[in-house]
Write a protein that binds this ligand. Structure first.
Ligand SMILES: Nc1ncnc2c1ncn2[C@@H]1O[C@H](COP(=O)(O)OP(=O)(O)OP(=O)(O)O)[C@@H](O)[C@H]1O
Length: 281
């Protein structure tokens, strides 16, 4: 990790108004120019943490001892400040490009429009840059793809178009929320490779939110395991086999292994104590 973290989050708690309990409780972590995985079951609070970093939670109360992004105190940042940060210095990639791309605008025009908005350049310049960027995310024949509508591109291509759009401004932080779950296995590898290159070559910090423990274990440098709104385990990905929390151990035991015994996988036996603050980090 670099000396000055890109993100420093301490004691982040998030409570959606009108709900009985906080969705996220006392989450702390730092992020350098590395890949941090956040894993946990559905509803454990992973996406809520991601959206809180972008301050995209209008119906929730956010408290934290500190939530810093580079030189910015996110807790004090106004909506006006956030408009300058979102999409420029901090970007998010969502699971399904179908919901992120505008269905009635050609794909290339959406990338070019993002260029024009952020870089205030001419339309011709934006088009040229957009085509270069489509090529950079390994889209073959970018001039043709530029003119396609979102329903005419595959899921993998749509995701690469989203990544192209996100890269325009050289962000320091990318939050990828299940970026590959809607993709088939080979396309998934291509998209992961593009994200991996971004960390290695451009030195961004990447948060990868996922259900897939194996994917995160192989792709990330460090992993946070969330359960019921809390981080219950934080480890180097290479150390995950030494996990101590019973939930993490249960998840690991439930992974199928090629060549392993042909017995049914164990079912996770939950315990009330896992929701106990004493068990959290
Ligand atoms: N806008 C909202 N209003 C009220 N409650 C919400 C809202 N969004 C999420 N929640 C609740 O907050 C909790 C955490 O949800 P979140 O989407 O962060 O979980 P997650 O771990 O990302 O799940 P998934 O993997 O299914 O996306 C859940 O109990 C969810 O129902």
């Amino acid at each position: 990790m670099s000396e000055h973290p890109i993100l420093d989050v301490r004691d982040l708690s998030i409570h959606y108004r009108g709900t009985p309990a906080p969705a996220v409780r006392n989450v702390s972590f730092t992020l350098g120019r590395e890949r941090l995985g956040i894993v946990g079951e559905s509803g454990s609070g992973k996406s809520t943490v991601g959206r809180a970093l972008l301050k995209l939670l209008p119906t929730a109360d956010i408290t934290a001892q500190s939530m810093r992004f580079a030189d910015i105190d996110l807790m004090k940042a106004s909506e006006r400040d956030m408009l300058k940060i979102r999409g420029a210095r901090m970007s998010m990639i969502l699971q399904d490009p179908k919901f992120s791309l505008n269905p009635i605008q050609r794909c290339g025009a959406q990338v070019a429009e993002a260029y024009q908005t952020h870089l205030k350049c001419s339309r011709a310049e934006a088009r040229k840059r957009a085509i270069d960027m489509l090529e950079a995310v390994q889209i073959r024949d970018p001039e043709r793809v530029y003119d396609l509508y979102p329903h005419e591109v595959s899921g993998g291509m749509g995701q690469r178009i989203m990544i192209a759009m996100m890269l325009l401004t050289n962000p320091d932080l990318v939050i990828a929320d299940e970026p590959t779950s809607a993709l088939d296995v080979t396309v998934r590898l291509q998209v992961l490779k593009i994200l991996d290159d971004l960390v290695r070559e451009k030195g961004i910090g990447l948060i990868m939110i996922s259900h897939d423990l194996n994917l995160v274990r192989n792709f990330c440098d460090r992993v946070l395991i969330m359960y019921a709104g809390r981080v219950v385990e934080a480890r180097a990905a290479s150390e995950l086999d030494h996990a101590e929390h019973p939930y993490t151990r249960g998840l690991l035991a439930a992974q199928p292994h090629i060549g392993g015994p042909r017995t049914p996988l164990p079912v996770l036996q939950r315990q009330q104590s896992w929701e106990n603050p004493e068990g959290a980090i």
